[in-house]
Write a protein that binds this ligand. Sequence first.
Ligand code: AMP
Length: 378
Amino acid sequence: MSTIGVLGGGQLARMLALAGAPLGVRFLIVDNVADACAGQVAPLLVADWRDFAALERFAAQIDVATFDFENVPADTAHWLTEHTRVSPNPRALALAQDRLAEKSMFRELGLETPAFATVDSREDLVRAAATIGFPAVLKTRRLGYDGKGQFRLRSADDIDAAWRALGGAPSILEAWVAFEREVSVVAVRGRDGAFATYPLVQNWHSDGILSASLAPAPDAAGLAELATHHARRIAEHLDYVGVFALELFVRDGKLLGNEMAPRVHNSGHWTIEGAPCSQFENHVRAVLGLPLGDTAALGVSVMLNWIGQLPDAGPVLREPRGHWHDYGKSPRAGRKVGHATLCAGNAADLGEALARVARALGREAQAAPVLAALHGAR
Ligand code: AMP
């Protein structure tokens, strides 16, 4: 019987614990809030990331530590490596925590990115804006996710507001990309170097937060192969063990690297019902050194994120292949509180199910771009 320790007790830890249970895997979650939602399904240790006495108790009870949250301090991750096995390794975690290091690595490994420049001062920002042009987006190097720590600049008039909004934190200025679509690839690498990817997924965001994912991304065979190639290079370069996601923009039919998430990812939630082995089970398998599971898509799936509060579950549950996920969190603006996945054998059937659910829930706007993509795929 193995025990996986998870730093962070949100919905990702919760779904990891649920996926590990049939394999007989135990979990111990550490989070600094007592009502962390993973605590509803697995033992929770309430402690701060820097409480090393508590971390020592944590490390003594687990076989391997992993993360539901990528912004765990690097020194905590390093400390853990001296007390237990840690997957993914702290180098991968540190790299994904810093947008500058991450984008520089993408380029080194042959994955193009939007144009970007380092910004450490207001003067840097003025200089960067002159080379990058507008529109652009200023992003803090650290602690940014779900559109947080970002400011869009339309013209030079926005420079002061952007600099103030980000509090003068070390940042990068990035060209705003008029992309055709956003896609992601969820990949897994085992301890023995075995590597697999799930089919490429198409994603839609609203206010910087994932709103919907469609898997597999329609008409994307060539892009999928390329995305897998880049994901493999990154995984091997970082000697990565576990699941990670690579988020990409498609512009002029080419891939641009946006960011990597060194953990299971929201754009992979559809794999719970839409693939033979979910991203959560594969992460569990990878970090425990077990053989990886099948990552093929079983038909087509769409995932809708519920942000702020949950809608009525009825219309999803009435669908023959509708699946409901309530993370057990209290409602709050901008918070991911649940998701639904609809699966079908083909794009036409999936489109019909999605249209029915969207109509019943008044979520036509959320579903519209997915329906358009599905329509194009028929
Ligand atoms: P991020 O946290 O960097 O992944 O940004 C969240 C979302 O904002 C992305 O998924 C895109 O929808 C959008 N976004 C971020 N950076 C850019 C960019 N340079 N050009 C266009 N859209 C962007």
